[in-house]
Write a protein that binds this ligand. Structure first.
Ligand code: SF4
Ligand code: SF4
Length: 328
């Protein structure tokens, strides 16, 4: 069973990480994979926490650097130059965190479950990785944690687009009852139903698959697969055969993700921090702790069950959802 260490005071960070064999990180260049926040988003992981993690990695004689990838949509993180500028603005500087910031947009094709994912070169070329994930809601996957940090954040723009397109709906007219449920649940107003017509604006669709999940008559299916399945596969492409230590921050738990300038309200009180070495176990522990405080909160606010990414992760061998919670 996986060990997942829970603590609420950052003074315990050292006690948490030393419960895992960090010796093998010594002498390695280690990407510290994190999301450095979209412009105007107030909830992303803060440089103060990042500095503590960098210090822990240095204590273990590793050579860390902050790492993330560019995003597919146009905005302040679309190119390496733009993202580096924003990271600097958000306080991720050598002076504040004690290491370099690297942004990547080149990938190495990696096959998982018969599909090819382009894993960021810096992750692909590393044997040891530290993942720092801010746990929060997500409009398309219900929740974003360690699996999403890699599944979407560890791959190239092309793969990000492929994941979104793969979970867009395909419509079967003969099974449609024109009930309008897909219209109600679509967060992007990409579907319209009038009497006996169903119309879909592909340009507005972000491929969250919520419409497919909520259609009771199977008139909708995913073009390729459920987004949460593709995220789990993509995460596996990033971390398989590597030594990865994960820190999940369960604070500032908002409805939407750190990519969103309007991430919505805080939907759950602060809980604390988790450290583990299995992405599925740490995300399951995160979800359980959040559900204990606010039952099914992500499903209620985002209309997507985030447990699917955990189940899919387990099915494809990304990790195991069984864990033993150790409270410091
Ligand atoms: S939810 Fe399904 S059955 Fe209802 S309108 Fe949409 S596609 Fe048709
Ligand atoms: S996949 Fe998501 S964004 Fe696209 S039509 Fe369905 S509910 Fe709307």
């Amino acid at each position: 069973m996986n060990k997942v260490v829970f603590f609420t005071d950052l003074k315990d960070l050292h006690n948490a990480v030393v419960q895992f064999p960090l010796q093998s990180f010594a002498g390695k260049k280690v990407p510290l994979k994190l999301h450095m926040g979209e412009k105007k988003n107030p909830y992303f992981v803060k440089p103060e926490l990042v500095k503590l993690v960098v210090d822990e990695l240095k204590k273990a004689h590793a050579d860390p650097f902050l790492f993330d990838t560019t995003v597919a949509y146009h905005g302040a993180r679309h190119t390496k130059t733009e993202y580096l500028k924003l990271a600097n603005l958000h306080g991720f500087t050598m002076k504040n965190v004690g290491c370099d910031v690297v942004i990547d947009d080149t990938g190495v094709p990696t096959v998982v479950e018969g599909r090819t994912f382009e894993v960021a070169e810096h992750l692909k070329n590393s044997t040891h990785i530290f993942a720092l994930s801010h746990v929060k809601g997500h409009i398309q996957s219900g929740m974003g944690g360690a699996i999403k940090n890699f599944g979407m954040g560890g791959v190239t723009k092309e793969t990000k687009i492929k994941i979104h397109k793969g979970s867009q709906p395909v419509y079967r007219k003969d099974a449609c009852t024109y009930c309008g449920v897909c219209v109600e649940v679509c967060p992007f107003e990409a579907i319209d139903v009038q009497k006996n017509t169903w119309t879909y604006n592909k340009g507005e669709c972000f491929g969250c698959g919520v419409c497919v999940d909520n259609c009771k008559t199977n008139a909708l299916r995913h073009r390729d697969a459920d987004m949460q399945f593709l995220l789990a596969c993509s995460a596996k492409a990033c971390v398989q055969d590597k030594n990865v230590l994960y820190l999940n921050e369960l604070k500032r738990i908002a409805k939407g993700c750190d990519c969103d300038p309007n991430a919505g309200p805080i939907i759950c009180p602060d809980i604390g921090y988790l450290v583990g070495d299995d992405p599925v176990a740490i995300d399951k522990a995160s979800l359980d702790l959040i559900n204990n405080v606010k039952e099914n909160v992500f499903e209620k606010v985002n209309k997507v069950n985030p447990l699917k990414q955990i189940k899919y992760g387990e099915e494809i061998g990304l990790g195991s959802s069984s864990y033993q919670l150790i409270r410091l």
